[in-house]
Structures are given as C-alpha cells and as structure tokens.
Design a protein around this ligand. Structure first.
Ligand SMILES: [Zn+2]
Length: 236
C-alpha cells in the first residue's frame, strides 16, 4: 500500500516536472490520458467494425482484388484528424510507445471480433531494408508487438522482404501506386510455415500495397488464409 502511494506521488511529481503534450494540438495532457488530450481523442473516429454484421467499406475495398479471410481497421483516417498526428509520431518520430499502445488497442478489438483468433503469425508490412536502416525501424513492428501481446501470437518480421525502394507514394494515384508496388515483395522462404496469417499496416488508403503483397503470397501459396488489420483506413 505504501509503495502504491509512493508510486502515485512519484507519477504526479513527474507529471508536474515533465508535463506531457498532446501529439496533435500541443495542449498539456492529463496523467490518465494517452498521447492525445481529451478534446483530440473526442475527434478520433473509431470504425466500430467489430460490431458490424454486414461487410464493411474495408471488406469492399478488396472485393475482386484479393481474397481475404477478414479485414479490420481501428479508426477512420482523414486529413488533419488527430489520428494522423499519432501515426506521424509513430512513423517519423520513433515513438515506439505509440505503436505499442495502438497495437494493443487493435488487439483488443480483433479479439472482440473473432472470439478465438485463428492466426498462426502476425506479419508487419515490410519496408525496404535501406529505408528501415535510414529510419532505424519499421513503424509496423511496434504495432505488431502490441498486437502480439494481446493476441498471444508470434510476430514474424522475416517472412517477407520489400525489393525495391520506391519513392514516397502518397501523392500518386491508384494506378501509379499499383505499378510501383506490384511484385515488390519477396518471400524469404520457399515453404510457408503458416496456414493463416494476419498482415498489419499502419494506414490503408487505396489498398494497393496490401493488394500487391497478398497477390504475391497467394500466387505462391493458394491455400494460405490472409487477414489484414490496420490502425486507420482512409475510406468510408
Ligand atoms: Zn489535443
């Protein structure tokens, strides 16, 4: 009990000396808030896909493109939304704690959606080794670790590699992105050790990266079951 009081006191003191700032609006955030202030969390839009019985907009995005076992995204993504700031922190500011936190949130929802998650491994969407070296990390790795912590499923970051270092694709249109990413992933081993995998990305916009990745995988391993999950999805 004394230790608890001491820790609470220590936490409060740390908060006074090092106030934490909201990743979106720079307002000071409360001791019990994570990364965003209360007002900014209010602006974040959950998809609530775990509660939907019918096919979601994300399911529909991949229709006739790739066969997926399931798909899930935690939040809607829109320009200027606080979720964009969180993902920016994760991608460019090395905020591993943001990734672990969001990965755990994703895990809780996926567990809710599939009563017994049936994946053999969690696979982060790979980035080119040169890019990973320059940045020092792949932003999906910490997401996957958070997710693995909740689902109790191993992460395999060595199953796939990215072949070509493409330019930033965010400004390209759908078809240009397809050309950039098609066939840019390689399986590092001939045998597939898994029956069912969960591929994790930070944000899904046109879906072309995941489409390319899943197409490469199912071409080699037609019976492989692929599910995808992301923190945010730009469609409605
Ligand atoms: Zn804020």
């Amino acid at each position: 009990m004394e230790k608890l009081i001491l820790n609470t006191y220590k936490d409060a003191l740390t908060h006074v000396i090092f106030p934490r700032m909201c990743a979106h609006c720079d307002a000071e955030i409360g001791r019990f808030e994570d990364f965003l202030c209360h007002a900014c969390w209010e602006k974040v839009e959950p998809t609530y896909y775990e509660m939907l019985k019918e096919n979601t907009a994300l399911d529909k995005l991949f229709y006739a493109r790739v066969k997926l076992k399931s798909s899930y995204a935690l939040f809607h993504f829109s320009e200027g939304n606080p979720i964009q700031s969180l993902l920016h922190n994760l991608k460019y500011k090395h905020k591993e704690k943001v990734g672990l936190y969001l990965g755990k949130c994703l895990g809780v929802k996926i567990k809710e959606m599939h009563k017994a998650p049936y994946f053999d491994a969690i696979i982060p969407v790979p980035i080119h080794p040169k890019k990973e070296f320059q940045r020092g990390y792949n932003q999906c790795d910490s997401l996957c670790r958070g997710l693995a912590n909740i689902l109790q499923i191993p992460v395999d970051k060595h199953l796939l590699i990215k072949n070509k270092n493409t330019e930033s694709q965010t400004k390209n249109n759908k078809w240009a992105r397809w050309e950039n990413t098609l066939g840019n992933f390689t399986l590092k081993q001939r045998d597939m050790p898994y029956k069912s995998i969960l591929i994790v990305d930070d944000v899904i916009t046109t879906g072309s990266t995941l489409e390319s990745l899943c197409t490469s995988l199912t071409k080699e391993h037609p019976s492989l079951e692929i599910s995808i999950a992301s923190i945010a999805f730009a469609g409605r």
